[in-house]
Design a protein around this ligand. Structure first.
Ligand SMILES: [Fe+2]
Length: 386
């Protein structure tokens, strides 16, 4: 839900004649969410986005579930994840529920096709790598630390940079809108003074790659578990201009301004986005609590109504033992968790933390996949003993 943006050529009035140099009309598309009641943009194409030459089933995706048999904490070591595939179909979904699917991918293949998630907003957190996301709204160059937010319905593909030796992403696929937390936004949609970031920190498409090539262009459309290949006779990124409130955008985790206090601040201060029945939080390097008797690491806590997934990005994560880069912990509802032995005493007097992590808290239980089982550190639930 970023602010109004416009790019390229658009006519002064919507739904009026807008002609190409050869006198023919550009094809207008209203691209909106929540029927016609939500945010929308209006795009102008050289060739109508309806020119389909062929349709075929590509695949039915299904997450194979893994049931650990008990309710317990999990530590998934995803650092050894093998490289493979492209950013879309190379991903390993580790946990999911009706609202969201969380995965990891180390892509090493370029996309020969475009992708459109017809149902879910997507976030890619770029742990490693750089390149460009080519979309029908324009180009989005990305680099390490970026959260790339792609609204459902966007046509896009990743172009991994040729000198990007390591590509590692955390993926969040959500059945609904991903946006800044509502409490940080005023009634006109502007980010408020107490928000940990503002409009200047958001990156929007600034360059259109307005193609006109004729040929065979595949767009893989995902709706539900079904992926369908659509072929178009013109390059799908043939937009000459657009404006509106609905488009892909980027926020870098380094631009999150931490909110700190004299005593320990609860997780909502780290909240970065909200989605349908989940939140995304960023734990970033910051000054620690400065009350003379403060305890810098979190207290034991019971997240009774949510499952808490943390992806560890960089730095030493203060309250956890045995956690490595790209580790994922899942602290599910119903069981308390907290700092491990010795950590509290060790933290006293510390003034800074260099931790960097992404947390997703879901309000409905997450199910695990067999891919998660591969990374499971089964000793983790007992790691709170001396
Ligand atoms: Fe926690």
């Amino acid at each position: 839900m970023p602010a109004y943006h416009r790019l390229g050529e658009i006519p002064p009035k919507r739904h009026t004649q807008f002609r190409q140099p050869d006198g023919s009309l550009y094809a207008e598309e209203v691209f909106g969410t929540e029927g016609f009641a939500g945010n929308y943009s209006i795009l102008y194409y050289r060739y109508p986005p309806t020119r389909v030459t062929k349709i075929a089933k590509y695949a039915d995706l299904h997450y194979e579930e893994w049931d650990p048999g008990v309710q317990r904490h999990l530590h998934l070591k995803t650092k050894p994840l093998l490289e493979g595939g492209d950013p879309i179909f190379g991903r390993q979904v580790l946990m999911f529920n009706k609202d969201v699917a969380l995965g990891v991918v180390r892509p090493n293949e370029q996309m020969s096709y475009f992708y459109r998630n017809g149902e879910c907003d997507e976030v890619y957190f770029i742990h490693d790598g750089h390149g460009v996301v080519e979309t029908n709204f324009g180009l989005l160059p990305y680099h390490e630390g970026d959260y790339i937010i792609i609204p459902r319905g966007t046509t896009y593909r990743f172009q991994l940079a040729s000198d990007s030796a390591e590509n590692r992403f955390l993926t969040i696929e959500a059945r609904g809108t991903i946006e800044p937390p509502h409490r940080y936004v005023n009634k006109n949609g502007q980010l408020l003074e107490h928000a940990p970031y503002c409009e200047r920190d958001l990156r929007r498409p600034e360059e259109l790659a307005s193609h006109s090539e004729h040929g065979e262009f595949e767009v893989r459309l995902k709706v539900g578990e079904r992926v369908t290949s659509y072929w178009y006779d013109y390059h799908p990124c043939n937009v000459v201009g657009w404006d509106g409130y609905e488009y892909p955008w980027i926020f870098n985790i380094a631009d999150f301004e931490p909110i700190t206090g004299r005593v320990h601040q609860p997780p909502p201060v780290h909240q970065t986005f909200q989605g349908p029945n989940f939140v995304v939080c960023s734990f970033v390097p910051r000054k620690l609590d400065y009350h003379p008797l403060s305890i810098a690491v979190p207290y034991n806590h019971s997240n009774i109504d949510s499952d808490e997934m943390i992806y560890y990005v960089n730095g030493n994560f203060g309250s956890r033992r045995g956690i490595e880069r790209s580790s994922i912990t899942l602290h599910p509802r119903g069981i308390p968790h907290g700092p491990q032995p010795g950590v509290v005493e060790k933290s006293l007097g510390a003034e800074r933390t260099e931790e960097l992590a992404v947390m997703v808290d879901t309000f409905y239980p997450l199910k695990l996949t067999v891919a998660a089982h591969q990374h499971d550190d089964s000793a983790y639930p007992m790691s709170w003993l001396d």
